[in-house]
Design a protein around this ligand. Structure first.
Ligand code: C2E
Ligand code: MG
Ligand code: MG
Ligand code: MG
Length: 285
């Protein structure tokens, strides 16, 4: 950005920024190596029906453990991967793995929805629809139990492309969720037109629900909005019973958070699911 300044003001291109850029270049290089050397892996976090605690789905979350055993948070490396285009390859791998996991889960008697985060660059990629179709075919996953999550800022762009892309995806049988909902500025009229199935209340609002006197307002509004538009609302980032209770009172249907289950590697996920008394197999949504 600094270089594009008309007045040639390079002064704010500080030493710290220089160091930060070098760090990012190094990290991106390491990420490429990690991806090539299969050092990335996936965790799955349960999503439950709030009123009963019954598992209804899992969200696929990527993890990177470096050679010296440290974890780099996705919030740090996903944006890098996004800007460099590396996310397209990584995202495809996530998609394939998650589809296979849906199939394995269902075979094991857990007909759960598997949610997959889709980045902007992936969503815009000309081959995205084909790769989703192919991943569904190759894995034998049940399309109705695959859910793609896109962020509110992308969903609400209000372009013919976004709307057409969502229709193409849903015509493959998958469902769509709008992630981090409430952080952007949704136009009601536009939201109503989009083929989406679920709104995910961002965890920052769940965090404020019991601490801020006005903290219930946004969750309440989103839940009401979902009800009116016929969309399921799921709240993410629920860490304690008070937050869960508040969301039950507001009529929130589904939930995801450390209170119910942390992101887990598959071997732990299956054990966790087995331990749930009501891990009933249910048909579709
Ligand atoms: P997200 O999609 O909104 O995912 C939810 C995040 O909230 C996850 O962070 C999850 O671990 C965290 N979380 C869940 N329950 C709780 C809770 O009770 N308390 C707190 N404090 N946090 C909770 P994570 O795994 O660090 O991922 C961060 C973000 O990175 C995700 O946010 C998503 O935007 C992105 N991401 C993760 N995996 C992928 C991926 O495979 N592809 C893409 N494109 N993005 C990904
Ligand atoms: Mg998500
Ligand atoms: Mg989210
Ligand atoms: Mg989030």
């Amino acid at each position: 950005r600094a270089k594009q300044s008309h007045r040639g003001e390079y002064s704010y291109f500080t030493r710290e920024m220089d160091i930060e850029i070098r760090e990012r270049v190094k990290l991106l290089h390491a990420l490429r190596m990690a991806f090539d050397n299969e050092r990335l892996f996936l965790m799955y976090q349960p999503q439950v029906e709030l009123a009963t605690g019954r598992p209804v789905g899992v969200e696929t979350l990527i993890r990177w453990r470096t050679d010296d055993g440290r974890f780099v948070p996705p919030e740090r490396f996903i944006p890098l991967a996004e800007h460099s285009g590396l996310i397209v390859g990584i995202g495809l791998w996530v998609l394939r793995m998650a589809c296979h996991e849906q199939r394995r889960l269902e075979r094991a008697g857990f007909a759960l929805r598997v949610a997959i985060n889709v980045s902007v660059a992936q969503f815009r990629h000309p081959e995205f629809i084909d790769t989703v179709r192919q991943a569904l075919e190759d894995s034998g996953a049940s399309p109705s139990l695959i859910e793609l999550e896109i962020t509110e800022s992308m969903a609400m762009e209000d372009s013919d492309f976004v709307s057409a892309q969502l229709h193409r995806l849903t015509s493959l049988g998958v469902t769509m969720a709008i992630d981090d909902f409430g952080t952007g500025f949704s136009s009601l009229a536009y939201l109503q037109k989009l083929p989406v199935h679920r709104l995910k209340i961002d965890k920052s609002f769940v965090h404020d629900i019991c601490t801020d006197p006005r903290g219930r307002q946004i969750p309440e509004t989103v839940i009401e909005l979902g009800r009116r538009l016929g969309l399921t609302v799921i709240a993410e980032g629920i860490e304690d019973q008070n937050q869960a209770q508040a969301l039950v009172e507001l009529g929130c249907e589904e939930a995801q958070g450390f209170l119910f289950g942390r992101p887990m590697e598959t071997r732990h996920l299956y054990a966790w699911l087995e331990s749930k008394p009501n891990h009933v197999v249910f048909a579709g949504r």
